[in-house]
Design a protein around this ligand. Sequence first.
Ligand code: HEM
Ligand code: SF4
Ligand code: SF4
Length: 531
Amino acid sequence: MIGVVRRVLRRGFELIERPFDRLFGPALNPLAQLGALGFFFYWIVAVSGIYLFAFFDTGIERAYESVQSISVAQWYHAGIMRSLHRYASDLMVVTVVVHLLREFAYDHYRGVRWYSWLVGLPIIWLLYASGITGYWLVWDRLAHYVALVTSELLDVLPIFGEPIARNFIATGTLTSRFFTLMVFMHVAIPLLLLAVMWVHILRISRPRVNPPRLLAAMSLLALIGVSLLRPALSQGHVDLARAPVEVGLDWFFLLLYPLRERWGGGGIWAMLGAFSLMIALMPWLPPLRRAKPAAVHLDHCNGCTRCAEDCPYEAIRMVPRTDGAPFPTQAQVTSSLCVSCGICVGSCPSSTPFRRTGELETGIDLPDYPLKLLTERTVACAATLAGPARILVFACDHGGAAGRHDGTVHLPCVAMAPPSLIDFVLSRKLADGVVVAGCAESACFHRLGVAWTEQRIAATRDPYLRARVPRERVATVWASALEIRKAEAMIAAFAAEVAQLPAKPLRSPLPATARAVAPERLEAAATGDGV
Ligand code: HEM
Ligand code: SF4
Ligand code: SF4
């Protein structure tokens, strides 16, 4: 059941995302930048909040007037700040909800990814608590409504000795104390939220916490535009003697408030409890089958740190050498963080099929799918190729070419294939062309696999595809699991181009950015033969 919902949602996301990719380009696609946008909106809320605080009177008697003067008398600076504060908070809610749905749709919440998912749960609670306490501070009719419903909800829980809701039906001393408490909470909770947001990304390597500048500028301009067109305004001074009816609600934060009349406080808490329990249990329902984590083979590790730099999940640490070899460090895998994506295998300089002697072993390998097996499958698959252009496809299990059978070598991530394997296939003339096919650029299942592969082929990242490899015989196909036809069409078009090439591959000059890294102890990519 959960799998069906996930697949339907994923289809929905992919249908929306691909046009976004075409419109904005994969780098600017906002749906691929939701986490970063969440941080960006947080900073807007924080900066505008600090600014507003300078003009806000924290006493219950003067609070409303001070907010009014901000919105009306100082509309051109503090008023805009107030609107930015409100609308950026609303956008944070939207961002978080879509981010949650997207991580679920792309199956980014199970296995070792449970951590970021679970830490997301307190983020939702803290975000809502920040917004609700904020509405309280305006001390207008909406604030009265929020105060009443919130205190009625809190009264259901055994927190306070006596019911607090009645303090908002007639003026009382507790009202004023409560107001001061709300002011304090509206500062403290967002600070706690920031701390939890930081904890949320602790296990992610190179998390994108800043959106691309153009996207940030566009979002800020849009927010300023909305603030000018529809400034955030108060809804009349609070009158505790009169029930707050017909107030305008902010549906982003107060969606559940009208339901209290129908469901009662107990019903709402039950719903929130069920939602939280579901989110908390989801990473283990149904459990993800885990392949064995990557293992380091010290005999082939020179401590170059590339695997640690490339791992998207912070699963590799460089630790002091334990085997007496003349290198200061060695790689160490934290098994509980490894998702067996194989990206480290592709980044290790020892991962080369150009071996004259000995077993094909490398510095870091996947026990369930070692480099030796990958090379054997590549050679076996190439032997089945025929026709005017023999095209070998390295396909990631999550992209548009995942379902291919003929001429395809499957990988958990495209970045598992070391560039020297492409070199090997072409220089040994096992195939006439090689396609590296992965996920859509903006939605790499293993976050960084597409980026690393592109950089390795462009010779801007080690280990790079050597200059001698004719680039006209190498193609990349980035397509989502939905874009099967697109992937096939691109592969067919590439095959047609390769069929037109002269029989002997041309040499291309070494790009200026390329840099040879020679691992001392090892028979590395530099020992390649065949040309
Ligand atoms: C203010 C709210 C939030 C912010 C700012 C935020 C931010 C981020 C960022 C920056 C990343 C790293 C993205 C990347 O570089 O690939 C991330 C990943 C993630 N987030 Fe959030 N997040 C928020 C809320 C949530 C919530 C509510 C959930 C779900 C309950 C969630 C689930 C996840 C998961 C599962 C990942 C890991 C994805 C992966 O391993 O590839 N996040 N988040
Ligand atoms: S297999 Fe993937 S997650 Fe595991 S250590 Fe290697 S790069 Fe990191
Ligand atoms: S990439 Fe290979 S050689 Fe370099 S540190 Fe990792 S395991 Fe060792």
